[in-house]
Design a protein around this ligand. Structure first.
Ligand code: MF3
Ligand code: CO
Ligand code: CO
Length: 278
């Protein structure tokens, strides 16, 4: 049983109903998301061996401040950092710290800015110096999973079509899909209905309608899909310590497909490109 509700009149809490947004909301999401995308663009020339994830976190905080935005993760459910930094076998929600990045690491940086009340949520993978071919392939597969999921978005399809597109491709590439975390509705709330599973079948889940806004953020492993959360209560790692990757975009459903709010203005939100000169 799914309810769809006009986002303009619905209460600002997750009641399980799926909000349908109008043009003003799309404009708000565009602005917040483009700020996040610009930050992720800047990070491409900051990530290198020797840089700490705390330094990355500071950059994310200050870039937000300079642009009138707050990181949504700051003091979110006890989380105290401005972004998540997930390295190698860390699936998601890695906490920035004072350890320097090392040549060959792969790192996901996940940023969510709140601008004028709207949440711009996106993450990308960054290679640290030269990385192994297996790691490079994982980034390519994971990015392709995200884009195939996005390509499945259109009114009338179900959320399961996104999951099916992602799972089918990942498993054909002998990778596995993490089940424990999903994409989510987003807007004035950080995490809202619906859940967007990154696995499943096209005939499952609620029907997509024009005006829905959500993230797609597949986590793909080279090994088995299972994860565990460390004793810090946040850091999720692969149980078999295999390499894992994630890319995330926020999208809005349009009459014919979807708009990707978090696309890189510099065109560098995909793997295999050299960093921009800072
Ligand atoms: N940005 C993450 C997401 O894609 C959520 C991070 S919540 C935190 O949904 F508390 F771990 F930061
Ligand atoms: Co995110
Ligand atoms: Co998200």
């Amino acid at each position: 049983m799914v309810n769809y509700i006009d986002a303009a009149t619905a209460p600002l809490k997750n009641t399980g109903a799926i909000r349908l947004y109008g043009p003003e909301a799309f404009e708000g999401m565009r602005k917040a998301s483009q700020l996040t995308a610009r930050c992720l663009d800047e990070l491409a020339s900051i990530v290198k061996p020797g840089v700490t994830t705390d330094a990355i976190d500071r950059f994310v905080f200050e870039f937000g401040m300079d642009n009138g935005a707050l990181p949504a993760t700051l003091n979110y459910r006890g989380y105290t950092k401005s972004c998540c930094t997930s390295i190698n076998h860390v699936v998601c929600h890695g906490i920035p710290n004072d350890k320097p990045l090392r040549e060959g690491d792969i790192i996901n940086i996940d940023v969510t800015y709140v601008l004028d009340g709207w949440h711009g949520d996106s993450s990308r993978m960054y290679p640290v110096g030269e990385i192994k071919r297996a790691a490079e392939r994982l980034l390519e597969v994971t990015y392709e999973c995200l884009m195939r999921g996005i390509a499945a978005v259109r009114p009338g399809a179900r959320t399961g079509a996104i999951g099916e597109a992602i799972q089918t491709y990942a498993e054909a590439e002998r990778c596995s899909v993490v089940r424990d975390f999903c994409g989510h509705g987003i807007g004035k709330l950080f995490h809202d209905s619906p859940n967007i599973l990154h696995y499943g079948r096209a005939d499952e889940g609620p029907e997509l309608r024009e005006g829905m806004i959500f993230t797609i953020e597949p986590m793909i492993n080279l090994g088995r899909p299972h994860v565990k959360v460390l004793s810090d209560g946040w850091t999720a790692v692969t149980r078999d310590r295999s390499l894992t990757a994630q890319y995330e975009h926020a999208v809005g459903v349009t009459a014919t497909g979807c708009e990707i709010f978090t696309l890189s203005p510099a065109g560098i939100d995909r793997p295999g490109l050299p960093p921009l000169r800072g």
